[in-house]
Design a protein around this ligand. Structure first.
Ligand SMILES: *Cc1c(COP(=O)(O)O)cnc(C)c1O
Length: 234
């Protein structure tokens, strides 16, 4: 099967086909692996085109960008998922516009989000971001601090813990990339043994999603393979 990758529809179909291939190779049911399209840096018109293709849930890494897009597309009933590092002073914007945060990585952010959500009478799903890669530039809670943090989260009634998220090391060496995914998978086992409801594993991006599927991902955050190259770095 060939796809016209000069169009959004063609790239989306190509990604879906290659996700299905990776699932088959890993002996997994494709229904277990969800696609989260990452629309960061792409404008409202492109998101609207994606909505026309049936996408309703979008990953973004900046609170302001979610606010702008959610406002412009208010009639579409979309879900906005925060996947980037969040400052606590963005908690109110996130509590107003986001349906989920996958980059929860520290207690003060949990406190700020919970407070802002309670003030709005809302609750959202959260994934805890874990730092599985040695790179300085990657954020996330350290594996050693994860279980105590999950215990602390029980006190925040507006944050519904659903799983874990990570970014793998950016490396040409597949084993190094897989090692990050495996770390997250094992941490989920330990969190489950400790009684936490962490079914979801958000791991895998445009460059490494086949490996993530092989290592047990349940959710892929894919930007450039669907929307094209981003015109500025974020
Ligand atoms: C941008 C981003 C992605 C998507 O990256 P691509 O390589 O474009 O697929 C996934 N996860 C996070 C946290 C991101 O910031």
């Amino acid at each position: 099967m060939t796809f016209d990758v000069s169009t959004l529809a063609g790239r989306l179909a190509a990604v879906r086909a290659s996700m299905a291939d990776a699932c088959r190779q890993a002996g997994r049911d494709p229904a277990e692996v969800v696609l989260l399209p990452v629309s960061k840096t792409f404008g409202v018109d492109i998101v609207r085109e994606a909505v026309g293709l049936g996408l309703r849930r979008f990953g973004e890494n900046k609170a302001q960008e979610i606010q702008a897009k959610a406002t412009a597309l208010a009639g579409e009933n979309l879900e906005w998922v925060v996947i980037g590092h969040l400052q606590t002073n963005k908690a109110k914007v996130v509590a107003t516009y986001a349906s989920e945060v996958q980059s929860l990585d520290r207690p003060d952010l949990a406190v700020a989000l919970d407070k802002a959500l309670q003030a709005r009478g809302r609750a959202i799903d959260v994934l805890v971001q874990v730092k599985t890669s040695p790179e300085e530039t990657k954020s996330g809670i350290s594996p050693a601090d994860l279980l105590p943090f999950l215990d602390e989260l029980k006190a925040f009634h507006s944050l519904r813990l659903r799983g874990l998220m990570t970014l793998a090391e950016a490396s040409e060496d597949e084993e190094r990339v897989r090692a990050c995914f495996r770390t997250l998978y094992r941490l989920r086992d330990r969190a489950r043994e400790a009684g936490h409801a962490v079914d979801r594993l958000s791991m895998g991006m445009s460059g490494d999603y086949a490996l993530a599927i092989a290592e047990g991902s349940t959710e892929l955050r894919i930007g450039s393979a669907i929307f094209g190259a981003r015109s500025y770095k974020v």
